[in-house]
Design a protein around this ligand. Structure first.
Ligand code: ATP
Ligand code: MG
Length: 576
């Protein structure tokens, strides 16, 4: 599957590697040296046992991005050799997510399970060259024989079986003549190796479990460490990029390539996986969160999955920008989730329509505004981008403003509404608060009686008088009612996986991660907005119409607040 016509080898001496991450430097240097005829061919190899998350996005951006930068290719491969946890729902979701992130594999979509026959052939080859044997040791015995990190293992009593005997037993394993777990095929490497992965690792195990694609065709399944290098080689991969946990597996990766007759010698390079503050990024844990109903599904907007982030209102561009900004390094660290939110803010600032939405409304009645009169005021769609134009927003005698924009006893430096105080209604008029109507029982403010100055249309006074406060509003009769979901981090700890003795990462779940506001009022331009539409609610943050919306029901997610309040909090927490 290697390309027929390799691109020109980049022999320019002036190709600078400074400013490139260590993987990109390696690739430039290898191309310069003419390795792989200058080809760059990478792959993204998810196991279809869950939805992709932001950590996978880092790997996707690296693999597809690197190939792109060198006119190379990147394959999408389902790493699906574990029959118990994989299914097609996940395969479909992975394809959708990679595409949504903006990457394309053309016709290079592969399944490791399609290589079962070829992998079996490689195993037979290893047996024939005396480099693999069938072993009858059982699970516990295998670990006993393996030894400890500081103590060599012992050879299996089955290690010296003849090639013929091994071939015969392996044939019978495949034919289903032995019980699950009763035998394994192992590579014959070195039981005294300081690297535990090299102590005769298992290549095949017996499992009578139907596979979601190959069905009952196989009852023996190849192990990851065997499958991965050989799949890479079969696809003509030049650089096999993976996370640091696999560093100790690299000698084994290379051993399989050296000892099997493969068409290509890929190079494995490890990089630090993404860890994000207040987040877990393990598919097993994300699946638990879904199954234990801590969230509503893989696409819950609090989830770090691509589908969750998308539903929350994140953009593919913001995620790509984030991945570029955090870069590729060799040491593990925790990246602040504030960096991700910042990338979203930067992107949405340029592209989201600005509208007015009142999250916690209180009514304003403008006593000197004619009853029944409605006028349209002009509002700018996005001051960052003139081409986005403007829209008309209806203004009338009864409005809603934010409850927090009125204080009966305004503290110092509070410039919004208060008894006798004049403010600007964004794009409309100056109004002055004349009277406050309260619920006689609860004392809660239910209405603000105001007057407006008809001379201040557009928000400026011809006599030059100034007001300190500008607030947003909606016309009561025209506004659309909405449910708004405000999100906080799903976990209260920077590293939820850092649990004390007997603790569980779920102990750090944030009970206040979702705050649902009903009875919010947004301007009428949002009526019928399709799911996925993104807005900036002025002064409030970025919002995205949720898929739960329906005819006559508007549900909106807050993607991020306008400014980052978390960076400071995280710093303080890190210090304490
Ligand atoms: P998890 O630990 O969440 O189950 P995984 O590594 O088992 O993840 P895979 O589906 O095997 O999940 O991952 C596909 C690719 O994505 C692998 O190459 C893996 O190294 C990479 N990857 C997974 N998680 C991260 C992460 N947090 N940061 C960067 N790359 C990641
Ligand atoms: Mg994996």
């Amino acid at each position: 599957m290697a390309t027929d016509t390799p691109p020109d080898v980049d022999t320019r001496a002036d190709v600078s590697t400074s400013g490139l991450d260590f993987i990109r430097q390696i690739v430039v240097e290898e191309r310069r040296a003419g390795k792989h005829d200058g080809r760059v061919h990478t792959r993204f190899p998810p196991e279809p046992n869950g939805y992709l998350h932001i950590g996978h996005a880092k790997s996707i951006c690296l693999n597809f991005g690197l190939a792109d930068e060198h006119d190379g290719l990147c394959n999408l491969r389902m790493d699906d050799t574990n029959p118990t946890t994989e299914n097609v729902e996940y395969v479909k979701a992975i394809e959708d997510d990679v595409r949504w992130l903006g990457f394309d594999w053309d016709d290079r979509f592969f399944y490791a399970s399609d290589y079962f026959e070829q992998l079996h052939g490689f195993a037979v080859q290893l047996i024939k060259t005396g480099k693999a044997y069938v072993c009858d040791l059982q699970g516990k015995e295998v670990s006993e024989y393996r030894g400890l990190w500081n103590e060599p293992g012992r050879n299996s009593p089955y290690r010296d079986r003849s090639v013929d005997e091994n071939l015969d037993l392996f044939t019978k394993m495949r034919a289903g003549e032995f019980a699950d777990g009763s035998k394994t095929l192992r590579a014959k490497i070195d039981m005294a190796s300081p690297n535990m992965n090299m102590r005769d690792p298992t290549i095949y195990r017996i499992r009578r479990v139907p596979h979601y694609r190959s069905g009952d065709a196989w009852c023996i399944y190849p192990m990851y460490d065997f499958t991965h290098p050989l799949s890479d080689a079969l696809e003509g991969i030049t650089h096999s990029l993976c996370t640091l946990e696999f560093e100790d597996h690299r000698p084994l990766y290379d051993w399989f390539l050296e000892n099997c007759d493969v068409p290509c010698q890929p190079r494995q390079i490890e990089f630090a996986r993404l860890n994000l503050s207040y987040t877990v990024l393990s598919k097993r844990k994300l699946l638990e969160l879904v199954e234990q109903r801590h969230v509503t599904g893989w696409d819950d907007p609090r989830m770090p999955t691509i589908v969750g982030l998308r539903r929350r209102g994140h953009t593919a561009k913001a995620i790509r920008d984030f991945c570029e900004r955090i870069g590729i390094a060799k040491a593990n660290s925790i990246v602040s989730v504030a960096q991700l939110e910042d990338a979203v803010r930067q992107d949405l600032n340029k592209r989201a329509l600005r509208v007015m939405g009142v999250l916690r409304p209180v009514k304003v009645v403008i006593e000197n505004y004619p009853e029944g009169q409605v006028e349209q005021v002009e509002a700018i769609n996005n001051p960052e981008d003139e081409t986005m134009g403007s829209r008309e927003v209806p203004f009338s005698r009864e409005l809603y403003v934010e409850r927090s924009d009125f204080r009966e006893d305004p503290p110092k430096k509070y410039f919004r509404l208060a008894p006798g105080r004049e403010v600007r209604l964004r794009y409309a008029y100056f109004i002055t608060c004349r009277d406050v109507v309260k619920d006689p029982e609860s004392g809660e403010v239910v209405e603000l009686r105001c007057t407006y100055d008809p001379e201040t249309r557009g928000g400026y006074a011809p006599d030059g008088r100034k007001v300190r406060g500008t607030i947003h509003w909606v016309s009561a009769a025209h506004a659309v009612e909405a449910e708004v979901r405000l999100y906080d981090h799903l976990f209260t700890k920077i590293n939820p996986e850092d649990v004390g003795e007997g603790g569980e990462y779920t102990d750090a779940l944030n009970p206040a991660s979702l705050d649902t506001l009903s009875g919010c009022r947004v301007e009428p331009s949002l009526a019928g907005a399709p799911a996925g539409s993104r807005y900036q609610f002025e002064r409030q943050g970025y919002f995205c119409v949720d898929a739960d919306s329906a005819e006559g029901r508007l549900v909106v997610n807050r993607t991020v607040t306008l400014r980052d309040t978390w960076a400071k909090i995280e710093k303080a927490q890190a210090r304490s």
